[in-house]
Design a protein around this ligand. Structure first.
Ligand SMILES: [Zn+2]
Length: 292
């Protein structure tokens, strides 16, 4: 794997291996010319680059293959390796950039497997995100939070009804969006940010809401200033986090607070997050949009 990164700069040609080092644009010449290369060029496997030239020029027989011809043509453009020149030097090159020595960071960035960026990424990770909110949102978006329906699917013997209303199955959509408890929180949020918005029914609707830059104000309401996406994402993450916290409290502790108290908590967390980041450009104008 390292072979592709190590490049040799030829000076006197005494250190560089003709066949094994990468010193032309063709990489390792043994691979480029094949196993018959050493015989065709009359150069032993142990040959150094300096063995292929003298003061008069490159000492190679006429090319017998397409690739050998390419090599010949390339070599005519190269400085000859001559004994009075300095030592050959080796370089770690990643994506055509000389790293001035080995760079594990550049190399890993180049080698690491990448999956395609998900469309929802910007609704989860954003500049200034509160890690616990973003992490919870990440789990929720991939439907990996252990809702009761998921626990039951894993074979756990649990009662699957929603801990808030005790009527419907505790799926992600029900728990965070549709349940009267959560719907009432979203209504309060819409009252602040986007009056008359319809409640969410699916996670996709929630995600597109966080992505919109602003929404047209329905007449005849006075047009509110468009809220930048950061506020929508922040409020969404704080809300999802607090719904999940109340749900866990209902399941494991002493019940949950009513929506009025929970909304106050959400409100406070949004304000605290904004004020802690008020020096950041994307947060500076958010407070007035949230508390208006
Ligand atoms: Zn419910």
């Amino acid at each position: 794997m390292a072979e592709q990164f190590i490049n040799c700069t030829i000076r006197n040609g005494k250190a560089a291996s003709f066949w094994f080092d990468s010193w032309t644009p063709f990489g390792q010449l043994l691979k480029f010319l094949g196993s018959s290369g050493p015989r065709d060029l009359n150069l032993a496997l142990q040959a150094k680059v300096s063995d292929a030239a003298n003061a008069a020029g490159w000492r190679l027989p006429s090319p017998r293959s397409e690739n050998a011809l390419k090599l010949h043509i390339h070599l005519t453009t190269r400085q000859l390796p001559l004994p009075h020149l300095e030592e050959d030097s080796y370089h770690w090159i990643v994506d055509s950039i000389d790293c001035s020595g080995f760079s594990s960071l550049q190399t890993w960035e180049f080698l690491r497997p990448r999956s395609r960026k998900k469309r929802w990424t910007s609704s989860v990770w954003y500049k200034g995100a509160v890690p616990r909110h973003a992490f919870n949102m990440w789990l929720a978006t991939q439907n990996r939070l252990p809702t009761k329906v998921r626990l039951a699917a894993w074979g756990l013997n649990v009662q699957q009804t929603c801990g808030f209303c005790n009527q419907f199955l505790e799926t992600r959509e029900h728990l965070f969006l549709v349940c009267d408890y959560s719907a009432s929180l979203w209504s309060r949020i819409f009252a602040r940010l986007q009056p008359h918005h319809q409640l969410f029914l699916t996670w996709g609707e929630l995600l597109s809401w966080t992505r919109q830059a602003s929404a047209p104000a329905p007449a005849p309401a006075p047009a509110p200033a468009p809220a930048p996406p950061t506020l929508w994402i922040l409020v969404t993450q704080v809300t999802i986090y607090n719904i999940w916290r109340q749900r866990n409290s209902a399941l494991h502790l002493n019940g949950f607070t009513n929506t009025e108290v929970t909304f106050k908590t959400i409100d406070r967390e949004v304000r605290n997050t904004i004020s802690a980041r008020r020096h950041k450009k994307t947060f500076s104008s958010l407070m007035s949009l949230w508390i208006r």
